[in-house]
Every structure is written in C-alpha cells, then in structure tokens.
Design a protein around this ligand. Structure first.
Ligand code: CP3
Length: 354
C-alpha cells in the first residue's frame, strides 16, 4: 500500500499537531450531488448501489473529485447488519428503510444468530479493498457501523420512528430481552468493524443516531454501555486496535463528558453544542468532530464562512478538532455551498495551528 499523503484526519483524531483542521462531511456522497443521482439511477436502487463494489467505490470518490476533503467514508449503510441477521431490508421511496421481519418479542430476539459478517456482507469488505486501491494514499478511508442501540431501534421499530414507542416499551417491560439483543449486536458490530479494519479502513465511526431519544439512565444502560463494549472489543483486536474510533450520539450533548470515558479516540458533536464548552468539559481526553448546523449550508456564502469561523473559534487553538457538520448534509443542499465550507475550513483554520 502506498503511504498516506494526507494524514490530517488521523493526526487530528490522535490530537497530534496539524497544519490545518481536517474536514469531511457526514453523508458527503449522496443525493445532493447530481453525479450521485446519476450513478444511483444506473444502479436502479440504493440497495443495488450499496451492494456493488464498483458503484459504491465510484460514489465514495465523487465528493473527493469535487472538493478538497481530508477523508473518504465508505459508501454503505448502517442497516447492513440487521439485513445480515435476516430481517429483510428494503427502502420505500420517500419513506426510508423498512424491515419485512422486525424483531418484536423475546422469542424473536432469541431466534437471532450471530452472523458471519465476512460471509454475509462480502461486498462491504470488497468495497473497502477497492477503495484503498483507488485512493492510493490520497486521504484516509473511514469505515463505520451503527451503534448497537441505533441498530436495535430499526430492528424493533421495523424502520424509522417518531417516538420509538416499541423499543422503549421493550426497555421498560422486558429489559433482559433487550439486553440480549444489544449484546448480540455489540458482537456483530465488533466483528463488522474489525473486518472493515482488516480490509483496509483507517479510522472507524460508530453512529448512535438515536441515543438522544433516551433518558439519561436509559442512555447509560442501553446505549453507552454497548458503545463501550464495541470499543473494548476493538481494543483487543490486532487488526483494529491502532485505528482511531469516533463515537457519535446525535442529541447526546449532555452526555459527552461521560461518553469521553468509553475509550473512543474522538466524539462526534451535533450542532446544538458549543464546541469550546465541550472541549473544556471533556478535558482533552478525546478529539472532537463537528459541528456546523447542516442548515447553515442554505445561507449565502458569506454567512457560511462566518459560521465556519465561529465553529473554528469555538474549538480554539491547537490539535484535536475534525471539522464536520453536526449531522448529515441534506439532499436539498447546493453542492457549491459545500465547496464554500470546505475551502473556508482550510483557509481559516491555519491560524489555529501556528
Ligand atoms: O456519510 C457518507 O457519505 C457515507 C454513507 C452513509 C449512508 N448512510 C448512505 C445512505 C452513511 C454513513 C449512512 C449511515 C446511516 N444510515 C445512518 C446513520 C447516520 C446518520 O445520519 O445518523 C442511518 C440512521 C441510516 C439509515 C438510513 N439509510 C436512512 C434513514 C436512509 C434515508 C432514507 C431516505 O430515503 O431518505 C438511508 C439510505 C441512505 N443511506 C442514503 C444514502 C446516501 C439515501 C439513499 C438514496 O439514494 O435514496
């Protein structure tokens, strides 16, 4: 493998000195790009796109061809693991993901068997290998998974949800059954991230998209404990232990100081938080990734630059910051505004690293 020519992301995740703050964008390959929509149309569906290593590689690289980004993120989805568990994933146009066989009872949970991820999801690892060849050391490749709690949300609800009534009811009525599901998912997620590392991923991210819907006590018990289990599992893995991991709970700002103790190199921060205050509260134990409001990209360029400056200034001087949005880029975003953001980060951040 050729050496990494741009290692800003990996250095920042390890809180080492950098010349400029690295930047990448959650969902940087996606529907806001016309070239993505064209490739998706050729694939016929999102699932065909994700399951084809050639096409998934192509769309992963599309935002890098346009913008001066400091990382690539594997094009895939967090719902591959529930799919490998046999729940029958499909997408309903305009409505998002659906499972044909959701997990609703203790009996459903006890019927699940830990999948062999290498056999069930070969296209994911083939894509990682193909991407490393195509990237040829240009920027590092991020692999990812959903957190056990977030995967359980989709599996129990059968898709997205407004109130998470089914899974939260299960947490109150049969917590032991939910713990069995989360323990199985923590193992599967650990295997999955380890296999991505073995295939060539250079950093890892755990998306806890729905941790923020829990009470504090329930967050500790059902989300944070299983994030910690995944981190511990990877720390014991020869293939993965050198890789920095970013743990991101959307809506979890109030728990960041606790989350800083799970052993992750970095924490993702959503746009509701003041980065400087989070930096002080986490006391230099972790790097921080974030946290521009995705809606700021709907403002005119001068205002986007001002908001980028505000985020950089809030984090302040020194290493340990990875610039990103506070959540994924929206499909209605003008790609030219993403360029304004990426260029502003590189231009304005040098002053924080002298
Ligand atoms: O960041 C990236 O560029 C990598 C690609 C990526 C996708 N999904 C591609 C995708 C990543 C990291 C994900 C993770 C993911 N998937 C999450 C966690 C991240 C987060 O936003 O908090 C979640 C909750 C999912 C589940 C999921 N997959 C949803 C809710 C949807 C959208 C459904 C819809 O129709 O709006 C998907 C599909 C999906 N995953 C798309 C993309 C680009 C859109 C598919 C399309 O082309 O229609």
């Amino acid at each position: 493998m050729p050496p990494l020519r741009n290692d800003r992301l990996l250095r920042a995740l390890r809180r080492e000195a950098v010349d400029r703050t690295p930047v990448w964008i959650m969902r940087q390959a996606g529907r806001y790009l016309p070239e993505y929509r064209a490739t998706r149309a050729r694939a016929g569906s999102f699932l065909n796109l994700m399951r084809s290593p050639e096409l998934a590689t192509e769309v992963t690289l599309q935002p890098l061809a346009r913008f001066d980004l400091d990382a690539a993120i594997l094009f895939s989805d967090i719902l591959t693991i529930p799919d490998a568990l046999g729940l029958g994933l499909h997408f309903v146009e305009g409505e998002g993901p659906r499972f044909e066989r959701p997990v609703r009872s203790a009996a459903d949970i006890d019927a699940l068997r830990l999948p062999d991820v290498e056999r069930a999801l070969p296209y994911v690892f083939d894509t990682v290998r193909m991407l490393r060849r195509e990237l040829a050391g240009r920027v590092p490749l991020i692999g990812f998974s959903g957190s056990p709690w977030t995967l359980a949300c989709y599996m129990v609800e059968g898709g997205g949800s407004d109130d998470f009534r089914l899974i939260k009811s299960l947490a109150y009525t049969d917590p032991a059954a939910l713990h069995r599901l989360l323990a199985l998912l923590a193992e599967a997620v650990g295997d999955y991230l380890e296999a991505q590392a073995a295939a060539g991923a250079q950093a890892l991210m755990l998306f806890d998209t729905w941790g923020g819907v829990l009470s504090t006590a329930a967050y500790r018990e059902f989300s944070l404990a299983y994030q910690a289990r995944v981190v511990a599992r990877l720390a014991a893995s020869a293939a993965a232990r050198e890789l920095p991991l970013i743990a991101f709970t959307k809506g979890g700002g109030q728990w960041l100081p606790e989350q800083a103790g799970i052993g992750a190199a970095a924490l993702g921060v959503d746009w509701t938080q003041e980065l400087g205050a989070v930096r002080a509260a986490t006391g230099g134990r972790v790097a921080l990734q974030g946290n521009l409001d995705p809606i700021a990209l709907f403002a005119p360029p001068q205002r986007i630059r001002a908001e980028v400056a505000r985020v950089l200034d809030s984090y302040g001087r020194g290493p340990g910051h990875v610039f990103n949005l506070g959540h994924g880029v929206l499909q209605q975003t003008d790609p030219e505004h993403v360029r304004v953001l990426v260029d502003a980060v590189h231009e304005l951040s040098a002053a924080y690293h002298v």
